[in-house]
Design a protein around this ligand. Structure first.
Ligand code: GTP
Ligand code: MG
Length: 204
């Protein structure tokens, strides 16, 4: 399905700058360099909407992207990555505060996508984050990224291993490659399902 419009709404360094909207919002979380900005570009069918880089720690602000796909309009939110050792402690803490204040108090937030590189095992960072999101009632799915880096047999084996490492997230797992556009439509479908089920929760 075609993305009719995709544009950067605003980049925020402080919670006071978060846009006031009631469109459903999806947040992208994960280790620095895992491929958040790249996957967001693949979803938005744009090459360089979100800035990507082989240098970890590229995304330092919270970027809000307004995306119209078919008849639906949603906001995709690119969050700064964690786990990048070269960032000074003070700066790291300030990103963490910014991300937490976003995740803790953001009524339009309908779901989160936690990204995990297919070549790495889940670490405590991811399991703590998944628990933290569950405690706050944020529905989450895990997108396994950079699947093109492995040959099909090895890819299947790694996906099986990763699924065994954590409890099944509410939105399940989606195997993706932003580079080779694998799993992008599956991810859209899974995102819409999470948005719809969170609307059911609102009604109850
Ligand atoms: P931060 O903004 O630093 O947190 O990183 P990020 O998670 O936004 O990662 P980004 O999308 O910038 O990608 C990091 C690097 O991984 C870039 O060099 C991308 O080209 C590469 N990359 C991202 N997705 C894929 C993919 O699906 N396949 C391959 N082969 N490389 C990818
Ligand atoms: Mg990024």
């Amino acid at each position: 399905m075609n993305v009719r419009r995709a544009e950067l709404m605003i980049s925020c360094a402080r919670p006071a700058q978060f846009p006031v909207t009631d469109l459903p919002e999806i947040a992208f979380l994960g280790r620095s360099n895992v491929g958040k900005s790249s996957l967001l570009n693949a979803l938005a069918q744009r090459k360089a909407l979100a800035r990507t880089s082989s240098t970890p720690g590229k995304t330092r602000l919270i970027h809000f992207f307004d995306v119209v796909r078919g008849s639906r309009e949603i906001i995709l939110v690119d969050l700064p990555g964690y786990g990048f050792a070269k960032v000074p402690e003070r700066e790291r803490r300030s990103w963490q505060r910014l991300v937490e204040s976003y995740l803790e108090n953001r009524p339009p937030l309908k779901a989160a996508v936690l990204l995990q590189d297919i070549r790495r095992d889940f670490s405590e960072d991811e399991t703590l984050l998944l628990d933290w999101l569950a405690e706050r009632g944020v529905q989450t799915l895990v997108a396994i990224t950079k699947c093109d880096k492995l040959k099909p047999m090895r890819r299947k084996e790694r996906i099986r291993q990763l699924k065994k490492q954590i409890a099944k997230p509410p939105g399940g797992f989606v195997a993706t490659s932003a580079g080779k556009k694998i799993g992008v439509e599956d991810l859209w479908r899974a995102l819409h399902e999470m948005i719809l089920s969170s609307q059911d929760d609102d009604v109850l």
